[in-house]
Design a protein around this ligand. Structure first.
Ligand code: 5RP
Length: 221
């Protein structure tokens, strides 16, 4: 069995019966969907990921719209990097705003990762992603450059050439040098008018499950 599958099985043991569960995206979460479906647990799922929602539906799990939910028992997600202070960076899916809304509602927000994604301090080899309201595009570009970032708007082959979030906003990938203070950088970015949210996850994670080759390592606080 693969390390990610074992990790999903361990995550399943943290899910109470009769609960509302948050799920992000990625391969490990997808294994967790399969395990949940065969577990017989009575759960309802909220997810910002279309892939995960579709997989849940196919597997017979009930998916609720997030806006109808005000409490999540446990949420599970992947990320690109996580550190020993439980800071994480998500970059891929451009759904970080909604993932963090679900994380904020959860009693426990747990990230499921491969060992290569864990470090003492976030390396910032991945960009920080900003969801940006279009009207603020130029001023956000200016501000992030003043903060030392190198921004690049995410393009797509859709009709106007720009990738849009589910809320119709632009997605800006910003490469930053490793900051001295991750939460200060997150605070600065989140206080630029027009930035909806950053893909830095600070102060939300309660546990990290690391899918090693022969064991699943569990770090929690
Ligand atoms: C990207 C993410 C993904 O959820 C994460 O990369 C998925 O990882 P995996 O497929 O290894 O489970 O947060 O920002």
């Amino acid at each position: 069995m693969s390390a990610k599958k074992r990790c999903a099985q361990k995550a399943l043991t943290l899910i109470p019966d009769h609960s509302v569960i948050g799920l992000g995206g990625g391969q490990t979460v997808s294994y967790l969907v399969d395990d949940l479906a065969s577990s017989g647990l009575d759960v309802q799922v909220v997810t910002p990921s279309m892939n995960t929602a579709w997989h849940c539906k196919e597997a017979g799990l009930q998916v609720l719209p997030t806006w109808m939910v005000d409490h999540v028992d446990a949420a599970f997600d992947g990320c690109d990097e996580v550190d020993y202070d439980y800071n994480a960076l998500k970059s891929g899916g451009a759904i970080h705003t909604d993932e963090k809304i679900i994380a904020s509602m959860a009693d426990r927000y747990i990230v499921l990762v491969d060992p290569g994604k864990v470090s003492e301090t976030l390396s910032f080899r991945h960009p920080v992603v900003l969801e940006v309201i279009q009207e603020a595009y130029s001023i956000v570009l200016r501000r992030v450059k003043e903060l030392g970032g190198r921004p690049e708007v995410r393009r797509s082959k859709n009709k106007d050439g720009f990738l849009r979030s589910d809320h119709g906003n632009l997605i800006l990938d910003v490469q930053f040098p490793q900051p001295d203070d991750i939460s200060a950088l997150d605070w600065e970015l989140n206080h630029i008018y027009g930035v909806v949210d950053t893909s830095l996850v600070v102060g939300l994670i309660n546990g990290v499950m690391i899918a090693k080759e022969n064991e699943v390592v569990w770090m929690d606080q």
